[in-house]
Every structure is written in C-alpha cells, then in structure tokens.
Unconditional design. Structure first.
Length: 361
C-alpha cells in the first residue's frame, strides 16, 4: 500500500469511519473527578495523523501517573521514529537512503529496519513471492504509486512492463543477520514496506501502551489495520464488525471478538481504473508486474501480529480466491475472502477464521 495515494486515503477514511462506528461504541469508562466518579462517561481515546492516514487509540483505563496528553505525545513520537526509518516519502528516512544508494555492497542498517525486512522476506518465501517489498516500480508504472496523476491513466506498453520486471524480485535482496546488513544485486532495487509498515506501527503502539501497565486494555487502529490487547472497560473482548464490499452502510457480514489479536484488510473495490472497458486493479502481481485479473475483491486476516496480518492481506489479494484460500488453510491463518461473481459478492472463511467469529449477522 502506498501511504500518500489520494485514492488510498479516501478508501482508508471510509474504513476508519466504519470502524469508528462499530469498534468504539460501548467503550466509555468513567473518569475520576475531584468528587469521585463523573456522572458523564468520558472516552479514553486518542486520534492523530500518521503515514498519510489517521490513527485511533481506545483505552480501557489510563496508567497511573499518565494523562491522555502525555500518552499521545509518546505515541506521536514513536510513530515519527517509525516513519523516519521506513517511509519512502521522507527523502532522508533510513529506507529512502538505502533505496537511493547505488552501492551493491553490504550496507549496515538499524536493527529495527533489518527485523522488519527480515520478516517481509520470510513472508515472501511463505507466499511464494505473492508478498514482495520490491514490487514498487511496477506499482508506479501502473500509476498507483505516490506520483500525482494529472491525466487519464494509460496502460503501459509490454516493453515498459518487461523493463520493470527486471528490477523486481525479493531474491535480489540479501540479508546478513550477524551484522544487520542488506545488499542489493543491482542499484535499481527499490524497497517499499508500505504493505507491512502500518501493521508494524500498530504492533509498536500496542507494545508502548502495554509497557505502562501490562494488563491495560487497548485497541489501536492505523489506516484500518487494528491491534488489540486485554479487554474493554466492561471486561468483554473488543468487537470488530466486518462489512462486505457490496453491503449497505452499517450492514455487517460478521462480528469478531478480539483479545490480544490483530486484524488487517486489503481490497480492490475503490482503487482501480478502466481503459476500453477493462478494469485494472491497484493490486499488482510481483511475478507479472501487471494488475491481478482474478475476482478476489477483498481479504480479511486475523493474526497475533498486525504486521503479519497486513502482509498476509496483501499477499492473498495477489494470489486470487482459490490459491489464497488454500495457502491460508495450509498455514492455519484466520482468513475471510470476498469474491466478485456474476450473482454478486460471495464470501468464504477458513476454519481458523470461523473460530474467531463471535456471531454471524
């Protein structure tokens, strides 16, 4: 995902609005006042901007000695640190400097950047390259990248696509865990962590909150990716509503109950363009450097790590309905898939996902 794409911002804004309506109702603990408990419930929640989108945090309680303002300052600072390491939009970020380097020698990087690139590589191997942090040049070629589009989108030529294919492939990036160093096979190799970084940021903010008080309940959402810890103020799990792509606003397909679990989604129902009657999705297959042509329109993934959920959601949307379902079952990943058919949108779930569903709507 590209953090600053206008269409992506609009899409994530709709997700954020939907989640705000369903995630945060009934999460309003009482705040103490000088006379005891206030008669008016006050939400312990924080909102802000990061990574070209927004974040939303809900707490079951405040840690002792903390205020919402102090906690928000900590959250903002941590998110800025993550951006300074992983953003492709900040020219002086650590990742941007690596991308700009023409060196094909080993380059030491921070332990934080190395760890996430290493996890990305592991997921690339598991998904047989469906998840690939080097696919950025193809995304840009098809006008789904950060560049501003001032004219109608056009379909690249076969020669352009072939040229881009030559600089894509996670196997062209090498990792040395002993020295936390990375090495490119060629200078043009370009890394983009957009499809895993938001999930990683969710994990980091949950961890930050938990450091204040291990058992504090919280829900963290960044651009539609969600992480939870502990319980809501009333002792229940965090309830997450899932809406099918073609459903009327407020109509839920399923409701999940999450405790110490994360959820991420990926979909193609907003970000696409049409040329000569043919629909081109923003989801690019790293193997072909072309938009996917199958009918899988959305994936929902539940895992412990939001970074993993974020990456899995992207990979499944690349693979298509059948391969996505098979690999999710093989690795026991909780997944719900929405497929576009002649009769409308259909869905199916892995057994792991069914165990996560609180109730069917």
């Amino acid at each position: 995902m590209n953090f600053n794409s206008p269409v992506l911002k609009f899409t994530l804004g709709l997700f954020a609005l939907f989640f705000a309506l369903w995630l945060f109702r009934n999460t309003v603990p009482m705040e103490p006042t000088e006379k005891g408990l206030s008669d008016t419930p006050v939400k312990l929640e924080l909102r802000g901007k990061t990574m070209g989108t927004t974040y939303h945090v809900v707490l079951s309680e405040l840690p002792a000695g903390q205020t919402l303002a102090k906690l928000q300052n900590e959250i903002d600072q941590r998110l800025q640190e993550i951006n300074q390491v992983m953003s492709t939009y900040l020219p002086d970020s650590e990742l941007s400097r690596f991308n700009q380097s023409e060196s094909t020698s080993w380059e030491p990087v921070s332990s934080e950047l190395f760890a996430l690139v290493e996890r990305a590589e592991q997921l690339s191997k598991i998904t047989k390259g469906a998840f690939d942090i080097t696919v950025g040049p193809a995304v840009n070629l098809w006008h789904f990248g950060p560049q501003k589009t001032t004219q109608d989108r056009t379909v690249p030529s076969d020669d352009q696509i072939e040229q881009v294919q030559q600089v894509i492939g996670y196997t062209h990036l090498h990792l040395d865990s002993e020295t936390s160093a990375l090495k490119k096979d060629f200078a043009e190799l370009y890394l983009d962590l957009s499809a895993i970084a938001k999930g990683y940021a969710v994990d980091e903010i949950v961890t930050l909150i938990q450091k204040h008080k291990a058992k504090i309940g919280c829900m963290v959402e960044i651009g539609g990716e969600i992480g939870t810890a502990g319980k809501r103020p009333d002792g229940s799990s965090w309830r997450i509503g899932i809406q099918a792509p073609d459903a009327a606003p407020g109509t839920l397909t399923s409701t999940l109950e999450l405790t110490n679990l994360s959820m991420a989604t990926s979909g193609d129902y907003f970000n696409f363009f049409v040329v000569d009657g043919k629909r081109y999705s923003h989801t690019i297959d790293p193997h072909t450097a072309r938009p996917v042509t199958h009918n899988l329109t959305s994936s929902v993934v539940v895992t412990k790590s939001c970074a993993d959920a974020d990456a899995w959601a992207t990979a499944l949307l690349v693979l298509g309905p059948n391969q996505a379902y098979d690999i999710a079952r093989q690795h026991d990943v909780a997944v719900m898939l929405f497929e576009r058919t002649d009769s409308g949108i259909t869905s199916r779930q892995t057994e792991a996902f069914k165990q996560s569903v609180a109730k069917e709507q």
